[in-house]
Design a protein around this ligand. Structure first.
Ligand SMILES: [Cu+2]
Length: 163
Protein backbone atom coordinates (compact mmCIF):
# COMPACT_ATOMS: atom_id res chain seq x y z
CA UNK A 1 0.00 0.00 0.00
CA UNK A 2 2.68 2.36 1.05
CA UNK A 3 4.80 1.74 -2.01
CA UNK A 4 1.75 2.14 -4.25
CA UNK A 5 1.20 5.55 -2.80
CA UNK A 6 4.81 6.37 -3.40
CA UNK A 7 4.54 5.24 -7.03
CA UNK A 8 1.48 7.39 -7.46
CA UNK A 9 3.32 10.31 -5.98
CA UNK A 10 6.25 9.81 -8.31
CA UNK A 11 3.95 9.63 -11.32
CA UNK A 12 2.18 12.80 -10.24
CA UNK A 13 5.53 14.52 -9.82
CA UNK A 14 6.59 13.46 -13.31
CA UNK A 15 3.37 14.68 -14.87
CA UNK A 16 3.67 17.90 -12.93
CA UNK A 17 7.20 18.54 -14.16
CA UNK A 18 6.07 18.09 -17.76
CA UNK A 19 3.30 20.58 -17.19
CA UNK A 20 5.69 23.05 -15.65
CA UNK A 21 7.92 22.75 -18.69
CA UNK A 22 5.13 23.46 -21.15
CA UNK A 23 3.87 26.16 -18.81
CA UNK A 24 7.10 28.06 -19.37
CA UNK A 25 5.81 28.89 -22.82
CA UNK A 26 2.45 30.46 -23.45
CA UNK A 27 0.76 31.29 -26.73
CA UNK A 28 -2.13 33.71 -26.98
CA UNK A 29 -4.20 35.77 -29.36
CA UNK A 30 -3.79 33.47 -32.36
CA UNK A 31 -5.96 34.56 -35.25
CA UNK A 32 -6.38 34.23 -38.98
CA UNK A 33 -8.70 35.63 -41.60
CA UNK A 34 -11.49 33.92 -43.46
CA UNK A 35 -10.25 32.74 -46.83
CA UNK A 36 -11.36 34.24 -50.14
CA UNK A 37 -12.77 31.87 -52.78
CA UNK A 38 -9.98 29.74 -54.23
CA UNK A 39 -7.51 30.67 -51.51
CA UNK A 40 -5.97 27.49 -50.10
CA UNK A 41 -3.46 28.97 -47.70
CA UNK A 42 -3.74 31.31 -44.76
CA UNK A 43 -1.47 33.11 -42.35
CA UNK A 44 -1.83 33.05 -38.59
CA UNK A 45 -0.55 35.72 -36.23
CA UNK A 46 -0.11 35.24 -32.49
CA UNK A 47 1.90 36.20 -29.44
CA UNK A 48 4.27 33.82 -27.68
CA UNK A 49 5.95 34.33 -24.33
CA UNK A 50 8.64 31.99 -23.02
CA UNK A 51 9.99 32.32 -19.48
CA UNK A 52 13.31 30.91 -20.62
CA UNK A 53 15.16 31.55 -23.88
CA UNK A 54 13.60 29.21 -26.44
CA UNK A 55 13.05 28.78 -30.15
CA UNK A 56 9.88 28.24 -32.12
CA UNK A 57 10.87 25.49 -34.56
CA UNK A 58 7.58 24.63 -36.22
CA UNK A 59 3.91 23.85 -35.79
CA UNK A 60 1.22 21.57 -37.08
CA UNK A 61 -2.51 21.83 -37.62
CA UNK A 62 -5.14 19.30 -38.67
CA UNK A 63 -6.64 22.08 -40.83
CA UNK A 64 -3.89 22.01 -43.47
CA UNK A 65 -1.62 19.64 -45.37
CA UNK A 66 1.59 21.42 -44.50
CA UNK A 67 2.57 24.05 -42.00
CA UNK A 68 5.49 26.44 -42.34
CA UNK A 69 7.01 29.30 -40.39
CA UNK A 70 7.32 32.31 -42.67
CA UNK A 71 9.12 35.60 -42.57
CA UNK A 72 7.70 38.56 -44.42
CA UNK A 73 9.71 41.48 -45.74
CA UNK A 74 9.04 44.44 -47.96
CA UNK A 75 11.45 44.69 -50.87
CA UNK A 76 11.00 47.56 -53.29
CA UNK A 77 7.34 47.87 -52.31
CA UNK A 78 6.72 44.16 -52.87
CA UNK A 79 5.82 41.89 -49.97
CA UNK A 80 7.87 38.72 -49.95
CA UNK A 81 7.50 35.65 -47.79
CA UNK A 82 10.05 32.97 -47.13
CA UNK A 83 10.05 29.84 -45.08
CA UNK A 84 12.23 30.04 -41.98
CA UNK A 85 13.24 27.12 -39.77
CA UNK A 86 13.04 28.95 -36.47
CA UNK A 87 11.96 32.06 -34.63
CA UNK A 88 13.88 33.10 -31.52
CA UNK A 89 11.88 33.57 -28.30
CA UNK A 90 14.05 35.61 -25.89
CA UNK A 91 13.48 34.90 -22.19
CA UNK A 92 10.54 36.71 -20.68
CA UNK A 93 9.67 38.68 -23.80
CA UNK A 94 6.24 38.66 -25.35
CA UNK A 95 6.92 38.10 -29.04
CA UNK A 96 4.19 39.16 -31.41
CA UNK A 97 4.95 37.21 -34.57
CA UNK A 98 3.40 39.75 -36.92
CA UNK A 99 5.26 42.69 -35.40
CA UNK A 100 8.50 40.70 -35.60
CA UNK A 101 7.93 40.03 -39.32
CA UNK A 102 6.86 36.40 -38.97
CA UNK A 103 3.68 34.38 -39.24
CA UNK A 104 2.51 30.80 -39.28
CA UNK A 105 1.45 29.64 -42.72
CA UNK A 106 -1.29 27.08 -43.21
CA UNK A 107 -0.71 25.57 -46.65
CA UNK A 108 -3.16 23.33 -48.46
CA UNK A 109 -6.22 24.07 -46.35
CA UNK A 110 -8.54 21.09 -46.16
CA UNK A 111 -11.55 23.41 -45.97
CA UNK A 112 -12.04 27.16 -46.41
CA UNK A 113 -11.63 29.18 -43.21
CA UNK A 114 -14.87 30.88 -42.19
CA UNK A 115 -15.30 33.71 -39.71
CA UNK A 116 -15.90 32.25 -36.27
CA UNK A 117 -13.97 29.03 -36.97
CA UNK A 118 -11.44 27.87 -34.41
CA UNK A 119 -8.29 26.37 -35.93
CA UNK A 120 -6.32 24.03 -33.65
CA UNK A 121 -2.55 24.55 -33.69
CA UNK A 122 0.29 22.71 -32.01
CA UNK A 123 3.49 24.70 -31.71
CA UNK A 124 6.88 23.02 -31.34
CA UNK A 125 9.16 25.02 -29.09
CA UNK A 126 12.75 24.00 -28.39
CA UNK A 127 13.97 24.91 -24.94
CA UNK A 128 17.56 25.73 -23.98
CA UNK A 129 18.16 22.09 -22.97
CA UNK A 130 17.14 20.98 -26.53
CA UNK A 131 13.93 19.45 -25.27
CA UNK A 132 10.98 20.18 -27.56
CA UNK A 133 7.68 21.03 -25.93
CA UNK A 134 4.32 21.09 -27.69
CA UNK A 135 2.11 24.09 -27.04
CA UNK A 136 -1.55 23.91 -27.94
CA UNK A 137 -3.24 27.01 -29.29
CA UNK A 138 -6.39 27.90 -31.18
CA UNK A 139 -6.55 30.46 -33.95
CA UNK A 140 -9.74 32.47 -34.12
CA UNK A 141 -10.87 33.16 -37.68
CA UNK A 142 -11.91 36.76 -38.27
CA UNK A 143 -13.97 38.06 -41.20
CA UNK A 144 -12.09 38.65 -44.43
CA UNK A 145 -13.53 42.13 -44.85
CA UNK A 146 -11.01 44.09 -42.84
CA UNK A 147 -9.11 47.11 -44.01
CA UNK A 148 -5.72 45.42 -44.18
CA UNK A 149 -6.95 42.13 -45.57
CA UNK A 150 -6.61 42.62 -49.29
CA UNK A 151 -2.91 43.45 -49.76
CA UNK A 152 -1.73 40.73 -47.39
CA UNK A 153 -3.84 38.02 -48.89
CA UNK A 154 -2.91 39.07 -52.40
CA UNK A 155 0.73 38.82 -51.37
CA UNK A 156 0.14 35.34 -50.13
CA UNK A 157 -1.44 34.04 -53.23
CA UNK A 158 1.28 35.51 -55.41
CA UNK A 159 3.91 33.93 -53.24
CA UNK A 160 2.42 30.50 -53.39
CA UNK A 161 1.58 30.64 -57.05
CA UNK A 162 5.24 31.19 -57.82
CA UNK A 163 6.27 27.84 -56.41
CU1 LIG B 1 3.29 33.13 -45.54
Amino acid sequence: MNSLYRMGGLLAALLLSVNVYAGDVSAEGAWSRATAPGQDSAMVDMSITSKQAATLVGFSSPACKSAELHSMTHEGGVMKMREVKKVALPAGQRINLGESGYHLMLIGLKAPLKAGDAVPLTLSVRLANKRIVKIEATAEVKPLTEARAAPQDAGHMMHHNHH
